[in-house]
Ligand binder design. Sequence first.
Ligand code: CP3
Length: 360
Amino acid sequence: ADSAMDVDSKFPPLLNDRLLRAARGEPVDKVPVWVMRQAGRYLPEFREFKTKHEFFEICQTPELACEITLQPIRRYPDLDASIIFSDILVIPQAMGMTVEMRPGVGPVLPQPLVTPQDLERLSFPVDVSTSLKYVMDAITLTRTKLEGRVPLIGFSGAPWTLMGYMIEGGGTKTMSKAKKWLYQHPAESKKLLSMLTSTVVDYLVEQAKAGAQLLQVFESSAEYLGPHLFNEFALPCIRDIRLKVKTALEELNISVPMTVFAKGAHYALEDLASTGYDVIGLDWTMDPVEARKRVGPNVTLQGNFDPCALYASPEKIRDSAEEMVKNFSKTRYIANLGHGIYPDADPAHLETFLKAVHSV
Ligand code: CP3
């Protein structure tokens, strides 16, 4: 068996543990707040950096990924967490697929999986500790450079969301090519999902060993699946990831809370609450009071301010943010947006949002 690892002793002591306390269900002085895509194009310092470096160059260079991760932390003293700068599509890359990030377009995979025979093109099993070593190095460096100011979140895409990009070859309105696999090739779809599940498990465990203090699983494409497909193809992988990561980390004596964010999966809230994740992320379409009723008291909720509500006036932002926190209550709650912040958001409006959350 692996020997116990004392990861925390390698880093400066954590000075702000609100996020981890809320994730574990412990009382907090103020509601912790962070924002998906908090390091991104809405920040002038990010856009300036992007004139000199390409997206995946930043992801693959620990010093650059660290610098970008720290940008929002420097700007906003109210942020209670950092999230490592990377992308969910590093996993398809590690499995041998080409992924390009085209400015103004988003991710493009020029040779997507077309038929089940294409599974043979994938490298599997993946030794993530070598092929994604740059992510672990970025995590270790960033946690050191954070000097304990806030915890560092690691993340991965969930298998169905990754499968979607690998088959569609990029973003899509319908996911119809990937869903066609689910209907026409269910066994091969499950094979691919299981390859992804085991890769994601190893990847998240390595991130925790490298210093990640919370792990978030992004099932951003849950909205394309109804309850039937979600229960058959997505939920079992999400459940498996939680179980296997938890078991592996317990053996190493590492305790790291886990979050699942299944965008658009309002139909699956009760099922998600039964998967054992410490935190469930909600998109902005869900009502806080209703969501709490449905999941019960033993899980932390995260979310769910409409990213577009940041276009409102500062007064309106303040009012709606305070109302949101009151509706969720300060127990077992982490404030966030209901999805990533948009590139045209006003950085000053984000500050208003963060301060409003802390004012409650
Ligand atoms: O949240 C953070 O600050 C950490 C960094 C992060 C990025 N991508 C950086 C990024 C995280 C957590 C992700 C996850 C990710 N990537 C998801 C899941 C979360 C979600 O948004 O649902 C998904 C689906 C992807 C795939 C991806 N990467 C898409 C669809 C896009 C294009 C979106 C867009 O806004 O153009 C990206 C690009 C991307 N990932 C950017 C950033 C900062 C923009 C890159 C640029 O500068 O052009």
